[in-house]
Design a protein around this ligand. Structure first.
Ligand code: FES
Ligand SMILES: [Fe+2]
Length: 373
């Protein structure tokens, strides 16, 4: 199956969609868990969700429970929130505030950095060393306010890959942006069904005729810039320049909708003066968690009714997400058909081929190569 992906590595890849069984094969999903989700950077929150010591975000990445905390040391910590005693989950998926993680089973307690705080009734076991007992750590990085996690604790740093994005968005002043809304939802489809859809505007004409399509005043074409196997920049030219109220955008920048994809499943896009992030993380082979948020310049919110803006952005993203979800869940339901096969792609979707190439790079590289490059 992985062999079938190699064609996308050619300089002239065939304009064909993925072989359908790549969306349903349990073997391929196992390989994706190990070779992609076990060692890739994923954007999972904005720092506004982890502002104070004790704030945490908990989620699952391809079946692996993950917690990210703001520790009492003020730093972000990533960890596997599974009790080291007898495998009880320490926290449910979601977000909140806590002093520590207390296991509901026999009440072992862990600090926000994953080290053990106390274990009940364990003194009589000489083999148990509390100092050596801690939750396995994951790598965490914050870039321009966005919080990324990588299950590989010694992963190579992410920030160096983002120079192109930083350059394109310098005038958006991401550091001065505030997250006005954030949301999480579940789509009943394979993660690749959701991600390939996010690499093209072509579907705006079908799924989003009244929401996204009107924003594409210059048409649905995308310029694709591949910075690295991790970062793809997708630029859409607008017909009418936007008129920013607070951002110092150049004439050129006023006519571009910026959109970035970070392999495997995270993205960032500008809509006028606001910026939206979205990440599509597999929960299982046929379910995907969609996490995202909308940011606005702090200066644009001064004196404004922030609650009304929050409701408005939530409503707008909610409508677009529902349009995508209903369409992609319908695609997912066809995947068991005996009559489906690879389809021809349009010149309007070069981004999709960029995604397939990155997928091939991640899955088809030499199996013998050591992990942890
Ligand atoms: S499983 Fe957590 S304390 Fe026993
Ligand atoms: Fe869409």
């Amino acid at each position: 199956m992985v062999e079938e992906l190699r064609c996308y590595l050619r300089p002239d890849p065939p304009a064909l969609s993925l072989p359908p069984r790549l969306f349903t094969s349990p073997r391929l999903y196992a390989s994706e868990r190990a070779r992609i989700f076990g060692r890739s950077w994923m954007m999972v929150a904005h720092r506004d969700q982890l502002a104070s010591p004790g704030d945490y975000v908990a989620l699952e990445i391809a079946g692996e429970p993950v917690a990210i905390t703001r520790g009492t040391d003020g730093l972000l910590h990533g960890m596997s929130p599974i009790c080291r005693h007898r495998m009880m989950p320490l926290v449910a998926s979601g977000a909140g505030q806590t002093k520590d993680f207390t296991c509901p089973y026999h009440l072992w307690r862990y600090h926000l950095d994953g080290t053990l705080l106390a274990a009940t009734h364990m003194r009589g076991n000489p083999d148990f060393d509390p100092a050596a007992c801690r939750l396995p750590a994951f790598a965490v990085e914050e870039w321009r306010g966005f919080v990324f996690v990588n299950l590989q604790a010694d992963a190579a740093p992410l920030a160096g890959h983002l120079a192109g994005v930083d350059g394109d968005l310098a005038n958006y002043r991401l550091d001065d942006m505030v997250q006005v809304s954030t949301w999480t939802e579940e789509w009943r489809c394979n993660w690749k069904v959701a991600v390939e859809n996010s690499y093209e505007n072509y579907h705006a004409i079908g799924f989003h005729p009244n929401t996204v399509k009107p924003l594409m005043t210059g048409g649905i074409d995308m310029e694709v810039h591949t910075d690295s196997p991790l970062i793809t920049r997708l630029l859409t030219r607008t017909g009418e320049p936007m008129e920013p109220s607070v951002l110092p955008l150049t004439e050129e920048e006023k006519q571009v909708l910026y959109s970035f994809r970070m392999f495997p499943c995270s993205s960032l896009a500008t809509f006028g003066e606001s910026v939206a992030w979205i990440t599509l993380i597999p929960l299982s082979i046929d379910r995907t968690e969609v996490r995202g948020g909308t940011l606005m310049p702090a200066a644009a919110l001064e004196g404004a009714d922030v609650e009304a803006i929050r409701k408005q952005t939530e409503q707008f993203t909610g409508v677009i997400n529902t349009e995508d979800r209903l369409g992609l869940e319908a695609v997912q339901r066809t995947l068991g058909s005996r009559f489906i096969e690879r389809g021809h792609l349009s010149p309007k979707e070069p981004g999709v081929l960029a995604f397939y190439r990155n997928l091939a790079l991640a899955l088809a590289e030499d199996e013998a190569e050591p992990e942890g490059r």
